[in-house]
Design a protein around this ligand. Structure first.
Ligand code: SF4
Ligand code: SF4
Length: 184
C-alpha cells in the first residue's frame, strides 16, 4: 500500500526532473562554455595557441590581415587560453548551446581579424595588432597612449613608445637614510 501512496503522490506532484530539451534548464554560473575572442585587444602573441590543449586555436596570415580561428568542436573548455591571455582578449562564457548537425560543423568557429593597415609614420603596411604596455619601458601608459600606438608599425611603434616613456621619467624614491644636502 505504501507503494501506491508514493505512486499517487508522484502523479499529483508531476515530474521532478529537468524539462530540457523540451523546456529551459539551469546553467551554473561557473560553467566553462563557448570561448569568445576580441580582436581589438589581441597583440597576436600567440600564447593561447601554444597553451591550447585541444589544438583548437590557429592563426593564419591572409591578404586582409591576421586571422584568429578557434574551433568549438575541438575545444575541451579547459580555460587555459583565457587564463594565460595577457590582454583579456579571450573570455569564457556560460553558453553551452553548441550542439549541431554534421553539416554545420564548419560553422562552429570563433573568428576575428587583425586587419592590415598603413603605418601613420612611415606608410609601411603592417598587421594592426594591439600594442603592449611593455613597450613603454616601465612607464604605465594611459589607455589613450596605448591606443595611439596602434596606428604605427612595430618599428615606428617602438620609437613612439620610447618618446612617450622618455617624457615620463620614473620617480626616484627618496632614501630616508641619505641626509639631504647641507645636513651632513
Ligand atoms: S588572444 Fe590573447 S593570448 Fe591569444 S594571441 Fe591574442 S593576446 Fe595573445
Ligand atoms: S578552452 Fe582550452 S581547449 Fe578550448 S580553446 Fe582554450 S585552451 Fe584550447
Amino acid at each position: 500500500m505504501s507503494f501506491l501512496k508514493v505512486l499517487f503522490r508522484n502523479l499529483i506532484s508531476g515530474p521532478s526532473t529537468d524539462p530540457f530539451p523540451f523546456g529551459e534548464t539551469f546553467t551554473p554560473k561557473a560553467l566553462r562554455g563557448r570561448v569568445v575572442y576580441d580582436a581589438s585587444k589581441c597583440t597576436s602573441c600567440r600564447t593561447c595557441e601554444q597553451v591550447c590543449i585541444g589544438g583548437a586555436i590557429r592563426f593564419d596570415n591572409t591578404p586582409d590581415g591576421r586571422r584568429f580561428l578557434l574551433w568549438h568542436d575541438t575545444c575541451t573548455f579547459c580555460g587555459l587560453c583565457v587564463f594565460y591571455c595577457p590582454q583579456d582578449a579571450l573570455e569564457m562564457t556560460t553558453d553551452w548551446h553548441l550542439s549541431h548537425t554534421q553539416d554545420e560543423k564548419f560553422k562552429m568557429v570563433e573568428h576575428g581579424l587583425m586587419p592590415k593597415a598603413a603605418c601613420a609614420a612611415c606608410g609601411a603596411e603592417y598587421v594592426a595588432v594591439a600594442p603592449t604596455a611593455k613597450a613603454f619601458a616601465g612607464y604605465e601608459p594611459t589607455p589613450e597612449e596605448v591606443e595611439e600606438l596602434r596606428q604605427y608599425c612595430p618599428r615606428c611603434r617602438r620609437k613612439e613608445a620610447a618618446k612617450i616613456a622618455a617624457a615620463h621619467p620614473p620617480a626616484i624614491a627618496a632614501d630616508p637614510d641619505t641626509p639631504e644636502q647641507g645636513q651632513s
